[in-house]
Design a protein around this ligand. Structure first.
Ligand SMILES: Nc1ncnc2c1ncn2[C@@H]1O[C@H](COP(=O)(O)OP(=O)(O)OP(=O)(O)O)[C@@H](O)[C@H]1O
Length: 230
């Protein structure tokens, strides 16, 4: 089957004045439905790798394929389209819009799908039900706990049923119990949605262990990968 994500000889050097090489010659194949943790010290290149997998950043060299399609020749609007249809993002800081209701926040995840507002709201309500927040739809994000806010962010990320969910430290702002809930939720979404691929960055060993595969970065290179058999 076509891999969900494929990097071939990917390097990323940020432009001057910094000229930092954040990734060097990374080869990575993520199969559909895999759950993957990316670990490594601060500055190892984890966020850069996630941004490249999510087409938010372009590599300086190498090839990025999303569901088999080479993204290197795509224009910025085409890449936006790939993100809107295929990729969901979750961040440590939630990034919810406080002036909108929880339901409206989740509906923004369908903004670029060309759906009528009523349909966006219907699907948003369904996604909130899946993350166990059906009774919080009319709340504002500021009226929710940290764990609940992250569940709203996850609902927004998966409302369009993307093939890939990318999460940068999704449990980083949560206590252990709430972090565990979020990891359990991500696993459930993978099991109930068809073949959703989950790639997350974490500094937390227990969160990493909850994923099927662990990849460790050091100085911009993959130094350990439990998904690769010798
Ligand atoms: N926009 C940028 N411009 C220049 N250098 C950058 C930029 N973003 C990241 N870097 C550098 O690239 C390297 C890798 O950064 P990255 O954020 O990918 O690491 P990380 O493993 O996610 O770190 P952390 O765990 O601290 O978030 C670091 O040396 C960082 O300073």
């Amino acid at each position: 089957m076509t891999p969900a994500l494929e990097l071939q000889q990917v390097s990323k050097t940020y432009p001057p004045p910094t000229t930092v090489t954040a990734l060097s010659d990374v080869d990575l194949v993520v199969r559909r439905g895999e759950t993957v943790a990316i670990t490594g010290a601060s500055g190892a290149g984890k966020s850069t790798l996630l941004s490249i997998l999510g087409t938010l950043e372009r590599p300086s060299a190498g090839t990025v394929r999303i569901a088999g399609t080479d993204t290197s020749t795509m224009s910025d609007p085409q890449l936006s389209g790939v993100r809107a249809w295929h990729i969901g993002f979750v961040f440590q800081q939630f990034f919810l819009l406080d002036h909108l209701s929880v339901l409206e926040n989740v509906a923004t995840g369908l903004m670029y799908r060309g759906l009528p507002a009523g349909e966006r709201r219907r699907r948003a309500a369904e996604a909130l039900d899946r993350v166990g927040l059906a009774d919080r739809m009319r709340h504002r994000p500021t009226q929710l706990s940290g764990g609940e806010r992250q569940r709203v962010a996850i609902a927004r990320a998966v409302v369009g049923r993307p093939a890939v969910l990318l999460a940068d430290e999704p449990t980083g702002n949560l206590d252990t119990a709430n972090g565990r809930e979020i990891v359990r939720l991500l696993a459930t979404l993978r099991d109930t949605d068809e073949d959703t691929t989950v790639v997350l960055i974490t500094h937390n060993g227990a969160v990493a262990e909850a994923m099927e595969r662990q990849i460790r970065l050091q100085d911009g290179r993959i130094v350990d990968d439990t998904g690769v058999t010798a």
